[in-house]
Write a protein that binds this ligand. Sequence first.
Ligand code: HEM
Length: 472
Amino acid sequence: MSSDADQGERAAGESTGATTSADATDAPLAPYPPNLDPPWLHFTGMMADLIDFGERALATRDVCRVRMLGRGDQYAVGHPDHIKRVLVTEREKFRKSRDFRIAFGEGLLTVEGEEWRAQRDAMQPLFTRDSVLGYADGIVEQVQRRVDRWADGQRLDLQREFTDLALDVLFATVLGRELELDGDRRLRESAEHLHEWFQPTSYLLPEWMPTPARRRFKRAKRTLEAEAERLLDERAGEAPADPAEAEDLLSLLVGLREAGVADSGMLTDERLRDQMVTIVFAGHDTTTTTLTFSFWALANHPEIRERFHAEIDALDGPPTVDDLDDLPVTERVVTETLRLYPPVYQLPRLTTEPVVFDGYRVPEDELVGLAIRHVHRDPRFYDDPDTFRPSRWDGDLRSELHDFAYAPFGGGPRICIGRQFALLEAKLTLATIGQQYDLGWLGENDADGEPPVSPEMTLRMEPGQEFLVTER
Ligand code: HEM
């Protein structure tokens, strides 16, 4: 985190102005951070502690350049004004990075322009708040099915368990096929290996270089594509004639293909497969980490846990759609967890032309990381930013906050399509589990009271951390 002294010269809300073409060619390149080792040693700092390295890199300026081992330089921006420019006001100067396309082909997460618009329009109706409310009972059912196997006194690797749960929920609801509780192992493991393409160790290396993690990624992707194909074939002929009536993504995709909706961009088998793999990737790991860190936070803050228990114990049985407005504490626990531990802690974009931030140039065709976690913990925007305090959201903070000082789901037109679903799932899962079990933290926090984290493609908890299950 930047020190208070560092913040002095950078007042909150400082205007950063848009780029003019003269700036864009004349401005000096964004500098390497003066407080870090020389560029050729940057990779050692990244390997030692990526989060700390990122924080130090942005400690003195809101834009910086770092050296990635085999990939040349990369840039990062750490002010909400910059994030807004990239995602909204100057978004035509940026595109998604190549990595995503190599990994996920032509799915919604990766495509651009007209094709993205067509895919987004086709899928959006399934993800509106009203539509996802229809999944509420299915979510609670999946959670209950899994926690029915928990026992008092059991030690649980919660991140492992929630990876399985997030897949149970995603498949049973959005994809319309219930996974076996103890089975479907190959499918579950493959879903988990999808993030291996983005291992920080691989990330430093050129895209063409094979690494064990990249090989595991490719095997996993092939397995998921085969499953997607099987599911699509199984559903063939059963989809509603009007794709607007589809109840899950699978029937929507099959329906679009069968109805020959040419401008949906989803007429080939390959495109449909890419879409399914994209949803499995985007929709499970992010939710897993949100749930894991939420329970870590509850376990480590007894007074908040008490308020949470009081709220969910007041419900008339398991949570339903009708209870959603009666869960403000639960909701704020999720909001605050996504602030401190945003699964997508850094959002990558590629420049399509030179862009100037705070008088410094980022050249064309360079990677810019939007430092979401860094902004979420910036004292210019949050009091006591490193403290988990859900009640900070009780008052008017949302309306007073810079609109891009809180962006766990990104922003602008490409904001997460699954955010309503994810928030519903998190809220219902916390309430369903919390009514029955207390989960005690058995891991060790660091000297600052932070849990052991592992920044991969998403910000995860280090593997193997355990919680103690106690029946309530
Ligand atoms: C807490 C959970 C989640 C978080 C934090 C999260 C975060 C994000 C972020 C930051 C983006 C923007 C990416 C970018 O601009 O490059 C995004 C996009 C996306 N997310 Fe999520 N997500 C979550 C859950 C989900 C779920 C449950 C689904 C699907 C069921 C999903 C599907 C997608 C898709 C398809 C996109 C691409 C949208 C587009 O480009 O139009 N996400 N997500």
